[in-house]
Design a protein around this ligand. Sequence first.
Ligand code: GRG
Length: 369
Amino acid sequence: MAAKIGPCVVLHHAATPMAPKPPRMAPLLQAKWCSTTLSFRCAATAPTTRAIATTPKPMLQQADQEEGRLGFGFDFEQYMASKAAAVNEALDRALPLRHPAERLHESMRYSLLAGGKRVRPVLALAACELVGGDEAAAAPVACAVEMVHAMSLVHDDLPCMDDDSLRRGRPTNHVAFGVSTALLAGDALLALAFEHVARGCAGTGVPAERALRAVAELGNAVGAQGLAAGQVVDLASEGAPVALATLEYIHVHKTARLLEAAAVCGAIVGGGGEAQVESVRRYARCVGLLFQVVDDVLDVTRTSEQLGKTAGKDLAADKATYPKLMGVDGARAYAAELLASAEAELDQFASHHAAPLRHLARFIAYRQN
Ligand code: GRG
C-alpha cells in the first residue's frame, strides 16, 4: 500500500536570516533546507488556496513558530545518543553468552550489538513519549524492533538473498560465522524479539491488552504482510522492469513497515488512544518510506566507506530504485514531500512532546549513511 502523500509542496522561496539551523549532519536535502523549511510546514498544514491567498506572517513569527515546533533548546543529537546508549545496554543485557551454544549467541550478538543508528528503537521510545507514556514501558518493544531489524539484515545478506559481504563496516554475519549459524542466529533473534516483548511488558507493568496489541503489530510487520512479503516481491522483481507502484510496495513492506511498527508499538504501550496511534502510524509510514528513498539516493551518491556497506550495489545489479525511476532530483523532491507529510501528522500534538519525532524525521531525511 502506498503511503498517503499530503498536498503538493508550495514553495516559498524567501530565505530568512531567522530560518532554523539545519541539523549538523551534512544533509541530503541541504540545498532546499535554507529556503523552504518553513514552507514545507505551510504546505503540509494549510490548503493550497489558503497558502497562496494569505499574507505571509512576519518572518520572525514564522521562525519562532518553527523553533517552537522543534522544541526550544531541544538537543536532538544528545537525545539520540542517550537513547541509543540506553538501548545498547538493554540489548547487551538481553542477550548474554550462554553455554553450550556460545557460537550461536556470539553470532546473534555480532549483529545485534554492531552499532547501527538505532532509528527504530528511538522511534518506539519517542512515540511512547509523544502520547505521554513512560519511557520504561517502551523499552521492551524498542529492543524487540532492533532484534527484528538485526534478523532482517542477517537474512538479507545471506547468499540466497542479497549475498553481501559488508555490513556496518564489517564482514556480514554469514561471512564471519558461516551460513547455517547466521541463518539460525537470525531465526533466534526473531524469536527473542517476541519473548522480549512478552516478558518485558509484564515486567514493566504494561497492561497485557497493550502488550498483545504490540505483539500482533510486530508479527504483522514481519510476516507475510510485511518484511517477508516485501522481500519476496523484491527478489521476484530482479532483472525485470519494475513499475513505481511495485517499487513502492517493496519498500513500504521491506522497510517502512518495521519503522511503522516500531512507532506504533511505542504509542500502544505508552497508552495512546486509537486516533493518536493511527496518527503515529501515518507519520511513521511516511518516515519509513522517506528512509528508503534516502537510502536509494545515498546508494548512488556515497561511497562504501561512507556508508559502511557496499555502495552502488543497486545500480550494479540494475535494481529498481527511486533515483532510477524518478531521477536523483525527483527522488529528493519526493523525500521532501514525505518529510512534510510526516511532520504534518505531529501538528496536533503538544510541540514539546512531538519535538523528538519531528527531529527524527529530519534526521532520517538528512542522514548521510
Ligand atoms: C525472516 C520473516 C523474515 C523476514 C526477513 C530478509 C528479509 C525478510 C527482509 C529484508 C529487509 C531489509 C533488510 C530491508 C532493508 C531495510 C534497510 C533500509 C536497512 C538499513 O537500515 P539502517 O540504515 O541500518 O537503519 P543500521 O545499520 O543503521 O541499523
